[in-house]
Design a protein around this ligand. Structure first.
Ligand code: UD1
Length: 367
């Protein structure tokens, strides 16, 4: 193709960065491919964005749309308005969108309307819970995208059920694991270089909670924090707090009573990976962390009624504790009793998804 292929990546929020890095690296090795990296600015704090670019070796974004925080409608609309301009100016041959955040859907919709071919990395993932903003983003992004790159066999089945023709779907595996495998040695260096002395003197649980269903309902947040506070007497808790959760805790004046419940600032990729690897268990409501813990063989207790990664429950290390804090407590106690799940790896979670994605994008001359 004259002038080569212009690939434009759109990233916006923390969970996008570890997915884009391996694809960007794989495409950098392809002759005739040029790349443009656009950050929507959905996440803008240094601890939520900048540190990831540095640690993941992602180049500085070529453009930052600076959308920042707003309601779902306002944030999505603002990304659309600003990204439309970029897409018209840059005239990319392909746009890549990642995961399920508002920026993902906004960019995919813009591309669909401009007839710019768009590829969705991490397509077909479903929680079947339409009260989750991410589920709406996932469903609509997949409908708007031309090429659907799936991380699991279930992803292909979900897309087929939704009527997406098979020629638009490629099972490429889980690209998050490419990043995890590549940076694992560096994460272990961080552990040996100080984290182990700070946190590794006894077993601990690593906690992350930020979903609206857990943190925007004051009763639920109070109950969850109370349960974790209580559990920390037997198993210290390390909780790097997402800014939205931090705000909610401040609004409700929630502070742990136990000195073994450590609320800390959000961590970078390497420190968080090191802490995951060495945790007795991870308690989370994140999607990506359910997958990462399965990869690491660390028991994961998910404080949600459903999961978009059912394979991590079926064959991995994940236990769904639902919305019942007693079930959460019970699951942690099982870990303490030595009965945490170990599990096996799903197919194609072996560190080469980025290359398969790059191949899928460059083989197809016309999407
Ligand atoms: C977003 C994604 C979610 C993902 C999460 C990871 C959507 C719908 N949700 O949720 O899927 O799991 O990112 O973090 O896209 N804030 C800051 N600094 C920042 C970013 C956010 O202070 O850099 C605060 C703001 O008060 C903001 C709130 O966090 O209103 C929520 O941010 P937002 O991007 O709307 O959603 P997340 O909860 O981060």
């Amino acid at each position: 193709m004259a002038g080569g292929l212009r690939m434009l990546h759109v990233v916006g929020a923390r969970p996008n960065f570890m997915k884009a890095a391996p694809v960007h690296a794989a495409l950098a090795g392809k002759a005739g491919v040029s790349q443009i990296l656009v950050h929507t600015g959905q996440h803008y704090d240094a601890a939520m964005s900048e540190i990831f670019f540095r640690e993941l070796d992602l180049p500085e974004p070529d453009l930052n749309l600076g959308v920042g925080s707003a309601s779902h409608a306002a944030q999505t609309a603002e990304v659309m308005i600003r990204f439309e301009q970029v897409a018209l100016e840059q005239m990319p041959d392909r746009v890549l969108v990642y995961g399920d955040v508002n920026s993902t859907l906004a960019a995919a919709l813009v591309c669909a309307k401009l007839h710019v071919p768009v590829a969705h990395v991490e397509a077909g993932v479903r929680s079947f819970d339409r009260t989750m903003p991410e589920e709406i983003n996932r469903l609509l992004t997949d409908q708007a995208s031309d090429l659907l790159l799936t991380p699991t066999v279930e992803g292909n089945e979900n897309l087929a059920r939704e009527g997406i023709p098979s020629h638009r779907i490629r099972f490429v595996g889980n690209v998050m694991m490419d990043t995890l495998l590549r940076l694992f040695p560096k994460a272990l260096e961080r552990w040996d270089g100080g984290l182990s002395d700070k946190w590794g003197r006894e077993d601990y649980a690593l906690v992350t909670l930020h979903r609206p269903s857990n943190v925007d309902d004051p009763d639920r947040l109070v109950r969850l924090m109370g349960t974790l506070d209580e559990l920390s007497r037997d198993l210290p808790m390390i909780f790097p707090i997402h800014p939205r959760t931090r705000k909610r805790l401040q609004d409700l004046s929630i502070e742990p009573r136990s000195g073994r419940f450590h609320l800390i600032d959000p961590l970078g990729y390497l420190d968080f990976l090191a802490l995951q690897r060495h945790a007795a268990c991870v308690i989370t409501d994140s999607g990506g962390i359910q997958a990462e813990t399965t990869f690491l063989g660390v028991p994961c207790i998910t404080a949600r009624a459903n999961t978009e990664w059912p394979v991590t429950v079926a064959t991995g290390t994940n236990t769904l504790a639902g919305e019942d804090t007693h079930a959460l407590e019970q699951a942690v106690r099982e870990v303490l009793d030595g009965h945490g799940k170990r599990g096996t790896l799903p197919p194609l979670w072996e560190g080469h998804a980025g290359e398969r994605i790059a191949d899928a994008l460059t083989w197809l001359t016309a999407l």
